[in-house]
Unconditional design. Structure first.
Length: 277
């Protein structure tokens, strides 16, 4: 079986080591208000348990969740019992999702409440990474209380690293100045955030990629859009991991095989891509 185990790499200078693909878990918690090309039913607990086991067997160690992902955190908590040390857990703060609608709160009080709630839901005493779920008004969000609060939570040992999932180049650059990691959109359709990747590379900051396959939409185009999409994603050496939100075992297997082949061809050795000096 193809595995990404040998391609694990550092996430900037966070001290975290991540697989080049991470498993996004929005689809295990929410099927309202999502931007995928087709609808889906939420998987059963047994299906999620099997998906997590499959991901682990394929060499994935990064799980991406969020309070805004419906029941995702609550469902993951019991399923990850006795597996905590095998996963890098990333959650978020700032966005909430209730009754089909999102709302945002970047205050210190809500940030601390959100992290403590995530710890309870995920049944753990620390989170490896917490990202700010921006509403798109990135610079104003970063001027709020959320980043100083996350820095304090890091000093208290409740989180190991923190960063920002935004929508603008200015936001991404500011977020990396003061934080550890940025989650950026980087795919065949959207490459405007490249300056954020370049900054991360030169300052040893972490980069996670969201919408690597444009939420599934590029899979409807071209001769081999998945291969082309992942070739672009991993063409930039700042990329630590791309988050894929599949709940389909065959898609997960295909994605892992594709990425392993790309990294092998690119000459990735010892889990770290060569970075220009």
């Amino acid at each position: 079986m193809t595995s990404l185990q040998q391609y694990h790499r550092p996430l900037g200078s966070t001290g975290l080591t991540v697989s080049p693909l991470g498993l996004g878990t929005v689809k295990i918690g929410r099927n309202q208000g999502v931007k995928y090309p087709s609808g889906f039913e939420l998987p059963t607990d047994q299906q999620v348990r099997e998906l997590l086991a499959q991901a682990r067997d394929l060499g994935l160690n990064l799980l991406d969740t969020a309070p805004a992902y419906g029941l995702s955190e609550q469902r993951l908590g019991p399923l990850l019992q006795d597996q905590r040390q095998e996963w890098v857990l990333c959650s978020k703060v700032g966005e909430e999702f209730d009754n089909g609608e999102s709302w945002f709160d970047f205050s210190a009080r809500h940030t601390r409440h959100s992290v403590q709630r995530s710890l309870q839901r995920l049944r753990t005493d620390y989170l490896d990474l917490v990202l700010v779920h921006s509403n798109g008004d990135d610079l104003n969000v970063l001027a709020d209380e959320v980043y100083p609060t996350l820095q304090q939570l890091k000093q208290e040992g409740l989180i190991r690293a923190f960063g920002f999932s935004g929508k603008t180049v200015a936001g991404g650059l500011q977020a990396l100045e003061d934080g550890d990691c940025a989650m950026v959109t980087w795919n065949l359709r959207e490459q405007t955030e490249r300056p954020v990747l370049d900054f991360a590379l030169s300052h040893d900051k972490g980069i996670l990629v969201k919408k690597a396959l444009a939420s599934g939409h590029i899979c409807l185009e071209g001769e081999d859009p998945v291969r082309s999409g992942f070739e672009l994603v991993f063409s930039h050496p700042a990329v630590g991991s791309a988050i894929i939100g599949t709940i389909t075992p065959a898609h997960l297997t295909q994605n892992v095989a594709t990425v392993a082949a790309i990294l092998e061809q690119a000459g990735t050795h010892d889990g770290v891509q060569a970075r220009p000096s």
